[in-house]
Design a protein around this ligand. Structure first.
Ligand SMILES: NC(=O)c1ccc[n+]([C@@H]2O[C@H](COP(=O)([O-])OP(=O)(O)OC[C@H]3O[C@@H](n4cnc5c(N)ncnc54)[C@H](O)[C@@H]3O)[C@@H](O)[C@H]2O)c1
Length: 456
């Protein structure tokens, strides 16, 4: 199928390249001309495992990018909208969705053949039918259902694993205003044999995406609340507690041969310095705001955000136990990306931690294997010293704060043990065994001066 995709961010670009890999003819549109230029030169503007290879393969073949929306829509049968949907402090900000819908609608005015418009961005329930559809009708002067179809197809990819997630999806959710729309959207996914496809209405599709993200965010904040409690109870370590919880056979089923399935969602049931990224924080907040609009209290999800907002401060509190005065203290921050495998630093807990350190007067060095460019854009090159290696970042520091669980940090025990004056190590992800480094503090355990019994 000829497909146009509006917005070439994490979702738009990955979807575009992967749909081209599946044999579709794809044209990606963005208002950012520099992005378009890079993409057409087969240079991905974002870091995603496997993306560069697929882009290089597709570029010049059945995939290209443009700033010319008209040509893209006129030359395709289906347009996917994958623009940003930020939280504006009070509610979801639909300005990019509205603009894209209006622009596509104006082009549909001149189109004689049937066209389907699919919202791929994460939008609150009702947006596709109550905002996008009327804008398309008004701008095109045509009738949804008769002249064009409107659908909602949420994206579940995880940054860092986005290509893999798109090509090997666990589910495909399609919401459509009518059967014709659903059939057209489903036909894109024909190559994905054996994958569960849920056909529904647009509102339910929108709600599924928010519910999935809110559940995972809730699991994280639940674990962090338990982590705080564990830290206040003598001798209790949240990591050990959660390991015991994970062994519940309803969470990690035991197969007939006696082996266990450890589902990846147990990683959401671990204490840490909080969730970030471009989805969980803004999506949970947007859902809360939507619930409030409908007259609901949204108490649980309110707490999920409150608990999460407090987590970065836990890292600073752990540091403050040892260094009440941060002035001129040399501190290393390891990891700026909100999770490993990505260069995305949006809403990363590293940001409030680094800002807190700088406000306290600390000298901050930082190291991130991939997100350095994004971090330098955020902090500038002078406030934070960005190191070229892990070794360089930790050398000469008095404290090291681990924020992102990059596998590159697994060698920290050897590195810290070899240092003459080992710095205090504060583990925001419980990534390093607590007895493997000379001076350890971590989320979910009490003060270090308390006797710690090594596990047998
Ligand atoms: N990032 C993720 O992991 C992820 C996963 C699932 C769903 N989502 C959702 O997908 C949507 C997109 O997220 P993202 O992270 O890819 O966003 P992004 O900010 O990385 O990219 C959005 C792109 O859209 C472009 N754009 C904005 N208005 C445009 C217009 N009128 N015409 C053409 N291009 C336009 C911007 O220039 C930008 O390149 C959001 O709703 C997000 O919540 C994101």
């Amino acid at each position: 199928m000829n497909i146009s995709i509006v917005g070439t961010g994490y979702v738009g670009l990955v979807s575009g390249v992967c749909l081209a890999e599946q044999g579709h003819d794809v044209i990606c549109v963005d208002v950012d001309a520099s992005k378009v230029e890079r993409i057409n030169a087969a240079i991905p503007p974002i870091h995603e495992n496997g993306l560069a290879e697929l882009l290089a393969k597709a570029c010049g073949g059945n995939f290209r990018a443009t700033t010319d929306l008209r040509t893209a829509v006129m030359g395709s049968e289906l347009s996917m909208v994958a623009v940003g949907t930020p939280f504006d402090g009070e509610e979801i900000d639909l300005q990019y969705i509205r603009a894209a819908a209006w622009q596509i609608g104006q082009i549909l005015r001149d189109k004689t053949s049937y066209h389907v418009v699919v919202v791929k961005s994460t939008v609150v329930p009702g947006t596709t039918t109550d905002v996008v559809l009327p804008l398309l009708e008004e701008a095109s002067g045509k009738k949804a259902g008769a002249d064009f179809g409107v659908g909602m197809n949420p994206e579940f990819l995880r940054e860092g694993e986005a290509v893999q997630d798109f090509l090997l999806p666990d589910r495909i959710v399609i919401g459509g205003i009518d059967k014709r729309t659903l059939d057209v959207i489903a036909s894109i996914y024909q190559p994905f044999e054996g994958v569960d496809i849920l056909r529904t209405d647009p509102r339910t599709a929108e709600m599924i995406k928010y519910t999935a993200n809110s559940l995972l965010a809730t699991m994280i904040s639940f674990s962090n609340e338990i982590g705080k409690l564990c830290a206040a109870v003598p001798e209790v370590d949240a990591t050990e507690v959660m390991r015991g919880v994970h062994l519940d056979k309803r969470l990690s089923p035991i197969l007939p041969n006696g082996s266990r399935v450890i589902p990846s969602f147990t990683t959401y049931l671990e204490a840490g310095c909080g969730f970030g990224g471009s989805c969980f924080p803004k999506d949970v907040k947007a859902l809360i705001a939507h619930g409030h609009k409908l007259g609901l209290a949204m108490d649980l999800l309110d707490s999920v955000i409150r608990v999460n907002d407090a987590q970065p401060q836990c890292m600073l509190d752990l540091l403050g136990r040892h260094f009440p005065d941060l002035r001129d203290l040399p501190v290393a921050v390891l990891g700026v990306a909100f999770k490993p495998g990505t260069d995305d630093i949006r809403e990363s807990p590293a940001l409030p931690v680094i800002h807190g350190l700088l406000e306290g007067g600390a000298h901050v060095s930082a190291f991130d294997p991939i997100a350095r460019r994004e971090a330098e854009k955020h902090f500038g090159k002078n406030a934070v010293r960005f190191a070229d290696s892990l070794e360089e970042a930790v050398t000469g520091t008095m404290a090291v704060l681990l924020i992102t669980r990059w596998p590159e940090f697994d060698k920290l025990p050897q590195l810290l043990a070899a240092m003459e004056d080992a710095p205090l190590f504060i583990d925001g992800r419980r990534a390093i065994p607590r007895h493997a480094v000379p001076r350890y503090e971590g989320i979910g355990i009490g003060p270090a001066e308390r006797p710690a019994h090594p596990l047998p």
